[in-house]
Ligand binder design. Structure first.
Ligand code: PMP
Length: 426
């Protein structure tokens, strides 16, 4: 019998490329038919066939309170009833900007946009406009959205400029991006020494969640801060994923490193389309209408989206919120690691705050090259076994996972038990 998911996937492919509006949703990496979801409540989602899953994707990070949290839904309904969009300033945007600047001591001013891609794209333009330089440094395996300057892979040799990693990106543009190895402070120092007055910005995921999860070596972030200061480059922490996910002051608070610009998204929109970039006043004042760097958006600061974000940020500030989230996430990663060990399976897991990584390897990787060495086929089999048992992990071995405040110990223990049963069969 064809499942409803299968029918919908076939129908979707008629008029939507690949049947999806964002590529990883198509299950190309793990194979099989993607789940079409019709409902979510707390830690659970239901697919088109009515099957329930415990969700460890959480819309790729925004749903830190779980699905359809009553306070967030109420805030959205109330805002929607007052008007969906004005294309003019609203009071809620001030509340959001004030709150973000209060929560992040390094952020003096902030501008709201509608996605993480817009946030990073705008922050890079601003950094280039501020410094009058063109070169951008990014790290292999970090994802910062799909703007042209960022869809770039490493060049042929160490410290040579990058090549497009996507069709449609001009090679000339990729020439302005230098792609280096994550967690390699030495290489970063060499890049600055080679191009002392050309580097406008370094953009980094302070904890990487886009090549599975890679934790930063503290000396890597420290060196980055010192080199950017020394050479007059702008340090951009892309906290679209880590922002209010790893702790109350994002990764910058967690690791005690001060970036010049911060990009945000996901959690600050509570599941609605919101992004933001902010930082030092002297840099932020270069944006139009105050300064020469253009940046705009019809739906930027949308009142319904901002209402969802504010309701979410209010709840995550409750005392003990991140301690509890961190404990829940550790319960999952420790439990999975112990179960694998019991059955002699080469598998480990780790977490930072409410995000985690799963690796079919003997130890947690610290580099992109080490991530590529993990057993992807084993992950794919694990993924499908867990899906079958009602536990929804990210459909790719190269994505981080997320736990929400709505996951109970019992939810997590049930997931560990399902994994234990699968590990036992390996
Ligand atoms: N930066 C990071 C670190 C991300 O993880 C993502 C999305 N996963 C983005 C930027 C892009 O955000 P969006 O998909 O909202 O455009």
């Amino acid at each position: 019998m064809t499942s409803r998911n299968q029918q919908l996937f076939e129908a979707a492919q008629r008029h939507i490329p690949g049947g999806v509006n964002s590529p990883v949703r198509a299950f190309r990496s793990v194979g099989g038919v993607p789940c079409f979801f019709k409902e979510g409540k707390g830690p659970h989602v239901w697919d088109a066939d009515g099957k329930r899953y415990t969700d460890y994707v959480g819309s790729w990070g925004p749903l830190i309170l779980g699905h359809a949290h009553p306070d967030v839904v109420r805030a959205v309904q109330e805002a929607a009833a007052r008007g969906l969009s004005f294309g003019a300033p609203t009071e809620a945007e001030i509340e959001m900007a004030d709150l973000l600047c209060e929560l992040l001591p390094n952020v003096d001013m902030v501008r709201l946009v509608s996605s993480g891609t817009e946030a990073t794209m705008s922050a890079i333009r601003l950094a280039r406009g501020h410094t009058g330089r063109d070169v951008l440094i990014k790290f292999e395996g970090c994802y910062h959205g799909h703007s042209d300057s960022l869809l770039v892979k490493a060049g042929s040799g160490l410290l040579t400029f990058g090549n497009p990693s996507s069709g449609g990106v001009p090679a000339d543009l990729a020439q302005h991006t230098l792609v280096l190895d994550y967690n390699d402070p030495q290489q970063l120092a060499e890049a600055f020494a080679k191009h002392p007055d050309r580097i406008a910005a370094v953009i980094v995921e302070p904890v990487v969640g886009n090549m599975n999860l890679i934790a930063p070596k503290p000396e890597f972030l420290q060196a980055m801060r010192e080199l950017c200061t020394q050479y007059g480059a702008v340090l951009i922490f892309d906290e679209v994923m880590t922002g209010f996910r790893v702790g109350p002051q994002c990764a910058q608070g967690y690791y005690g490193i001060t970036p010049d610009l911060t990009t945000l998204g996901k959690v600050i929109g509570g599941g609605m389309p919101v992004g933001a970039f902010g930082g030092k006043r002297e840099i932020m004042e270069k944006i139009a209408p105050l300064g020469p760097v253009y940046q705009a958006g019809t739906l930027s600061g949308n009142p319904v989206a901002v209402a969802a974000g504010l309701a979410t940020l209010k709840l995550v500030q409750q005392p003990g919120f991140y301690e509890a989230l961190t404990q829940k996430t550790l319960r999952l990663t420790d439990g999975l690691t112990a179960a694998a060990k019991k059955h002699g399976v080469d598998f480990v897991a780790q977490s930072v705050g409410g995000m985690f990584g799963l690796y079919f390897a003997r130890e947690c990787p610290a580099t992109y090259a080490a991530v590529l060495e993990c057993d992807k086929e084993a992950f794919n089999r694990f993924f499908h076994a867990m899906l079958e048992a009602g536990h929804y992990f990210a459909p790719s071995a190269f994505e981080a996972g997320f736990v929400s405040a709505a996951h109970s110990d019992a939810d997590i223990d049930a997931t560990i038990a399902a994994a234990d049963a699968w590990f036992a069969r390996q």
